[in-house]
Design a protein around this ligand. Structure first.
Ligand SMILES: Nc1ncnc2c1ncn2[C@@H]1O[C@H](COP(=O)(O)OP(=O)(O)O)[C@@H](O)[C@H]1O
Ligand SMILES: [Mg+2]
Length: 599
């Protein structure tokens, strides 16, 4: 093993004179406490390294030892259901606990393993060779590491084994034998291989109407949530972690204050998975690097998180990774870079900020796994631009690499309009590809067939109408501020009214209402269709001579505004009843003589 001696140290960054070769990205152990670090620059006879733990007390002269391996983590059955720091060392389950300095992840637990292959079988890299934990939630698949292949020489019988025990022996084509355990090592900065990327025509359902119906994200897609302080980024990511359609959730608390993370750490273990009734934690991995924990570990934690996500993807699962906040991660990058005197770029961030953001989001994908299954990693990152300025570097670079962009609006948040997503600034570049999928949902809705022309995609059509209406609203509101709302023609007043209804009845969604907090595709479709019918009827009524005031006074409006909270999943027939009631009210809205005369 190569060694080096510290020549200079500043916070988490050190320079050291190297005796013997080091690799870029090699994991190192620093000083008598063997603190974990990583080589981040290689010069002639000097290395620059960052240390993932408190470096108090380290001084020039202290010895560093190379591990010969790149910075990496062990991937295995011990991940699900647990809470880790940025380098996957277990945290004891509360925000106040810390890992001991120099501690490595010792997984003492034993797991019930069931083999799925026999001696003589030929196993390729990344194939499944067994299962763990049947009987407790869904069994996890056990994988041959992506770097190993061969014929099964021996495999243990079903039973309980330690995670790193050699349970499978393979003989490779070169004649070498490999011992394989339930877990394997992976260097976090290297993407895990797959057979290939697959196009994604299916959304990750979030249960949030404004997202799924207007700005969907694909399974294996990439999305960012930019928003100023207090606009609801954390609440939104947490709701998605609890309710989205992913099989596995990796929740990465990255540099946020300890008390914000405490919400996740204390709450998650108590949440029941709405789909299975079992604890949500059974399919969750939490990685916590709060602002009071070492800054370099925060820099590594996004790679750690995405590596863990890829590992579950490789088991043929759909994984969603929520990173809160990628801005705090970029700040860690900036701090480390600044410490060793790199020339700063825009905003003081290193010039490679953009490529690092790209490297992260590049790992979001739907793939054919090495084992031949379909799996995906969907990446969602919050961005917290200082003083809400979206032109700052982290937001603007992130925008280049994500396909769904959900802008949280300070004005909406101040008005307590949640989720405070701005429908005019947000977008999804994947929306068109989701049209076919949505059409399936619409075609299965019970009554109220849409008048859409045959061949047209109802969802795309409704989505276009909603977006146009919201766009129109912004334009008319600007005009109304100048000339006064009452001076607008009746038709435009009606447009404003309908847009307001779409906001209240569809876009607004309470995270704290049992019924409203998750909307299934069918419920979203039924609501969207019903609201579009309302707009049609209202326009027809206006045309027939009714005033906007009389339309606004209809009794149906209240139930429409409250349908998200009042009509539960599995009560779809109630939408048909509302529709019928709406028809009646509009029929009874015959224009008065006076109005007829005026029109
Ligand atoms: N969907 C929501 N429903 C109700 N209240 C919300 C919602 N989103 C945010 N809030 C309120 O706003 C506060 C700040 O939200 P938070 O997610 O912590 O903001 P950020 O992470 O953007 O700083 C929350 O504590 C909560 O009171
Ligand atoms: Mg937050």
């Amino acid at each position: 093993m190569s060694t080096a001696n510290i020549s200079w140290i500043s916070g988490p960054v050190l320079r050291a004179r190297a005796q013997g070769p080091f690799k870029l990205r090699e994991a190192i152990r620093v000083g008598p406490r063997a603190l974990l670090g990583e080589v981040i620059r290689l010069n002639e006879e000097e290395i620059i390294a960052q240390v993932y733990e408190d470096t108090t007390g380290l001084r020039p002269g202290v010895e560093i030892v190379g591990t010969g391996e790149l910075l990496g983590i062990r991937l295995g059955p011990a991940l699900l259901g647990n809470i880790f720091d940025g380098l996957m060392r277990p945290l004891a389950g509360s925000s106040t606990s810390y890992v001991e300095p120099g501690m490595s992840a010792a997984h003492a637990t034993r797991f019930a393993f069931t083999p799925r292959v026999r001696p003589g079988d030929q196993l390729e890299a990344g194939w499944v060779f067994g299962e763990v934990g049947a009987g407790k939630g869904k069994p996890q698949r056990v994988l041959v590491p992506p770097t190993v292949a061969g014929k099964v020489v021996s495999i243990v019988a079903a039973g309980e084994y330690a995670e790193d025990a050699a349970i499978l022996k393979l003989r490779g084509a070169d004649g070498n034998t490999h011992d394989v355990g339930m877990s394997h090592f992976w260097a976090v900065r290297n993407p895990r291989p797959a057979r290939g990327r697959l196009p994604s025509n299916e959304p990750l359902m979030t249960g949030q109407r404004i997202l799924d119906s207007l700005f969907p994200i694909a399974l294996g897609g990439k999305g960012a949530i930019p928003g100023g302080f207090g606009t609801g980024k954390t609440v939104l990511l947490e709701s998605l972690a609890k309710a989205s359609s992913a099989d596995v959730i990796v929740y990465l608390g990255c540099g946020e204050r300890g008390n914000e993370m405490a919400g996740v750490l204390d709450e998650f273990p108590k949440i029941e998975d709405p789909r299975t009734g079992r604890p949500l934690m059974e399919r969750t991995v939490i990685i916590a690097n709060t602002s009071n924990m070492p800054v370099a570990a925060r820099e590594a934690s996004v790679y750690t998180g995405v590596t863990v996500a890829e590992y579950f993807r490789d088991q043929g699962l759909h994984v969603a990774l929520m990173a809160d906040s990628t801005s705090r991660w970029a700040e860690a990058l900036r701090e480390v870079s600044g410490r060793f005197g790199e020339l700063p770029g825009e905003g003081g961030y290193p010039t490679y900020l953009s490529s690092r953001i790209a490297d992260f989001y590049e790992r979001g994908a739907k793939v054919r796994t090495l084992g031949g299954d379909t799996g995906s990693v969907t990446l969602l990152g919050s961005v917290s631009p200082p003083s809400g300025d979206f032109s700052e570097p982290v937001t603007s670079h992130t925008k280049r690499y994500v396909r769904s962009f959900w802008v949280l609006d300070a004005k909406r948040a101040q008005a307590r309009f949640y989720p405070a997503i701005n429908p005019l600034q947000s977008y999804s570049e994947d929306a068109l590809r989701m049209a076919e999928w949505w059409q399936q949902t619409y075609s299965k809705l019970p009554a109220g067939g849409s008048p859409a022309a045959s061949g047209a995609n109802e969802w795309l059509e409704l989505r276009r109408r909603f977006l146009t209406l919201l766009d129109e609203q912004a334009r008319l509101e600007r005009m109304a501020r100048i000339i006064g709302k009452d001076a607008l023609p009746a038709r435009q007043q009606l447009t404003l009214f309908c847009a307001e209804l779409v906001n209240e009845a569809f876009l607004r969604q309470s995270a704290f209402s049992e019924i409203d907090r998750y909307a299934s595709p069918a419920r979203q479709a039924a609501m969207m269709r019903l609201l579009a019918h309302f707009v049609d009827k209202a326009e027809a009524a206006l045309h027939a001579g009714a005033t906007p005031e009389r339309i606004a006074a209809l009794n149906i409006l209240r139930p429409l505004q409250r349908m998200g909270e009042e009509i539960a999943e599995g009560e779809l027939e109630k939408f048909a009843a509302l529709e019928a009631r709406m028809e009646t009210e509009f029929r009874e809205l015959a224009p008065t003589k006076e109005e007829e005369g005026a029109s």
